[in-house]
Design a protein around this ligand. Structure first.
Ligand code: ADP
Ligand code: MG
Length: 337
């Protein structure tokens, strides 16, 4: 008898899920990223019991055609890249074709979608299609995920308290909203609205709805560019700081990423203006040719490789230095003396 055999599709999907879907917040991230890629103007996120009971993401994007509804849930099925060249110039947030099959392999999923005409409803649970039928729907997609990790008890056990899981959801939605001020996003937990952005393409306003307008009043715009990069966004005055680095958000072509060198470059821009152990608030968009970024480093795509990273770090530090230069720090009331 043969010793080696190919794994079943569902098993392969569950293994992929182990990398991509760590906790409820990962589901929220993947579904909202799909909604962003679908060119939505409005994305509503409804969560119950920190996502363990229900995660629902409703968008008004392009929708999925009836004959592709099941294909969307197959591993490595994607509309976002075609050939090898595309992999080196990824413009979308997704491209691996792994999120939907991963989620469906470890939860109960209902998707209602329409490209404009009659809609379709697909029910898929534990990786198996339960049914697909026509459904009334406006253009866009609504995905409801229930019973996350029901068949992965080890993962379920590893989850933290509901409060911690909810804070991770809030955190990821905040960053997605920072990356896309042109989209109106809302987050509702157990019927209570926690966040709503206006979708007016005004980053200052989005930061205001997340950190509070009083904080935005203490942040300065930054703007710098060179031949390869553009750096823009808001950074706090040296008087407004936090004890952790997590209030510095780095967005690369609209994707929230973690990057130690850029975080260091932000802090370096403050020089000796920060007290030891204190960090600024910052929301910074780094815009560049996708050819300069390799996003195919990690399944969650939160780590990327940037060519000419030193050059970008230097530009970032300079942008902050000039925003914080003494002539820009004069309080409003004094400028017209
Ligand atoms: P990826 O995002 O990497 O392509 P996913 O598994 O997340 O992979 O999604 C598979 C495909 O399903 C996408 O490429 C897209 O065509 C389609 N899709 C998923 N979510 C949506 C959505 N909200 N609106 C429209 N199409 C979607
Ligand atoms: Mg995706």
């Amino acid at each position: 008898m043969a010793v080696i055999h190919e794994l079943s599709t569902v098993l392969a999907d569950q293994i992929a899920a182990g990398e991509v879907i760590e906790r409820p917040a990962s589901v929220v991230k993947e579904l909202v990223e799909n909604a962003i890629d679908a060119k939505s103007h409005e994305i509503d996120i409804l969560v119950e019991d920190a996502g363990l009971k229900t995660i629902q993401v409703i968008d008004d994007g392009v929708g999925i055609a009836a004959d592709e509804v099941q294909l969307a849930f197959r591993r490595h099925a994607t509309s976002k890249i075609g050939d090898r060249k595309d992999l080196f110039r990824v413009q979308s947030l997704g491209f691996r074709g792994e999120a939907l099959p991963s989620i469906a392999s470890i939860a109960d999923v209902v998707m209602v979608t329409s490209t404009g005409g009659e809609g379709q409803q697909l029910h898929i649970a534990g990786g198996d299609v339960v049914d697909q039928k026509p459904a009334e729907a406006r253009r866009g997609t609504a995905i409801t995920v229930k019973d996350l990790f029901y068949n992965v008890p080890a993962r379920l056990k590893y989850l933290k308290s509901l409060n911690t899981e909810l804070s991770k959801i809030v955190d990821i939605v905040d960053r997605l909203a920072f990356g896309h001020p042109e989209i109106s996003m809302s987050l509702t937990h157990n019927g209570r609205e926690l966040l709503r952005t206006a979708g007016r393409d005004d980053l200052r306003q989005v930061i205001g709805s997340i950190y509070g307008m009083n904080k935005v009043g203490k942040m300065l715009p930054i703007d710098a560019s060179d031949a390869d990069f553009k750096v823009s966004g808001y950074v706090s005055l040296p008087e407004l700081t936090r004890s952790g680095r997590s209030y510095m958000s780095i967005l690369l072509n609209g994707r929230y990423i973690k990057n130690y060198q850029l975080t260091k470059a932000i802090v370096a821009g403050y020089g000796s203006k920060l007290m030891v152990g204190r960090y600024p608030l910052a929301v910074i968009n780094f815009t560049m040719d996708p050819l300069l970024v390799d996003v195919n480093v990690h399944p969650t795509k939160q780590e990327v490789r940037i060519s000419k990273e030193d050059q970008l770090a230097a530009l970032t530090t300079q942008a902050i230095q000039s925003a914080l230069a003494p002539q820009n720090l004069i309080p409003d009331g004094l400028t017209n003396l």
